[in-house]
Write a protein that binds this ligand. Structure first.
Ligand SMILES: Nc1ncnc2c1ncn2[C@@H]1O[C@H](COP(=O)(O)OP(=O)(O)O)[C@@H](O)[C@H]1O
Ligand SMILES: [Mg+2]
Length: 301
């Protein structure tokens, strides 16, 4: 079951070319979905459409398997969100900020203490939100989004501008919310490295089009597929012959020999043949493309 889904969602802002082109976003219930793409790719537009903050012109949004246009209030009541920067009053304390939203959401006073403790802001006392660090402001924004105990959190670049410590804090908090309270999370980012340790699923958007969607394992599978074995010996000609005898596909054989990574047995057999033929092996190694490279290739294709 998907907790959030878009079908053939397209959008254009009057004066611009299409901002979104037939986006099919599929966020499984219980997942942490990383929505990745460079600046201007269409992440915020997609999330605003998903939350009913922008009028849908073409395509459809489903929340908890129900069309947004039919079940607007019931569905949105189950979602907490933070789009771009959190809306907080800088002249008020964390508790006072939450008190305002508490009235809006009609939840118990006790809930304020609960969310403050969840995001680690219990000790801020009389300090005004205007004096908070960026990370604390983001966590207060999260506390506001969590007040009404949502089933789904939609966070647009919540780690933007945070230092590495702030990023780790938010990441740990989101992991905890997902694991301990079963909250599904959509988190957007323009940096794979910021979310790859957190997410279970990934959607990659570029120029308004989804270029990849799947589990994190499927994305790392692509990494495996594009790995190569590099072989350097003192006799490339004979080494090449041995590769062919073992029915290995050679990609290039000039100097160093490059081949798709064969099975472990074939690697062992190749090694044995080379040694038995008195060929000196200088290098035999597997080169993996890192995830960042695969991400860059996907968004530039
Ligand atoms: N309010 C707007 N008016 C006109 N164009 C917009 C507006 N909001 C976004 N865009 C354009 O839509 C595209 C997608 O933007 P956005 O969804 O903000 O991307 P992202 O969040 O991935 O950085 C960009 O080309 C952007 O300039
Ligand atoms: Mg954005």
């Amino acid at each position: 079951m998907y907790c959030a889904e878009t079908r053939q969602l397209s959008h254009s802002f009057s004066s611009h070319a299409d901002a979104l082109k037939s986006v099919n976003l599929q966020v499984p219930g219980g997942s942490i979905y990383g929505f990745l793409g460079p600046n201007g790719a269409g992440k915020t537009t997609t999330l605003r459409l998903l939350l009913g903050l922008l009028k849908i012109k073409e395509g459809e949004v489903l929340l908890f398997n129900k069309p947004l246009r039919k079940q607007r209030l019931q569905s949105l009541a189950k979602i907490g969100s933070m789009i771009e920067s959190p809306s907080i009053y800088s002249h008020l304390t964390a508790t006072e900020n939450l008190a305002i939203y508490r009235e809006l959401y009609q939840c118990s006073g006790q809930r304020i203490g609960e969310v403050l403790s969840l995001v680690g802001l219990s000790e801020t006392g009389k300090k005004k939100a205007g004096q908070f660090s960026l990370g604390m402001k983001q966590r207060l924004g999260l506390a506001i989004a969590l007040l009404h105990q949502p089933a789904l959190l939609v966070l647009d670049e919540p780690t933007n501008g945070l230092d590495p410590n702030g990023i780790i804090e938010i990441r740990d908090l989101l992991k905890k919310l997902n694991e301990e309270q079963g909250i599904s999370i959509i988190i957007s980012s323009h940096l794979l490295s910021e979310i790859e340790k957190l997410v279970t699923h990934v959607g990659i958007i570029s120029k308004g089009k989804m270029v990849f969607q799947g589990t994190l394992n499927e994305l790392t599978g692509k990494q495996q597929q594009s790995s190569k074995l590099i072989l350097e010996t003192d006799d490339p000609g004979r080494s090449l012959e041995i590769c062919r005898q073992l029915e290995l596909n050679v990609i290039s054989g000039n100097g160093k020999i490059t081949l798709p990574v064969p099975s472990r047995e074939k690697i062992a057999a190749l090694n044995r043949e080379l040694v038995n033929s008195n060929i000196s092996v200088f290098e035999m190694s597997v080169i993996k493309k890192d995830l960042e490279t695969i991400f860059m290739e996907l968004i530039n294709q």
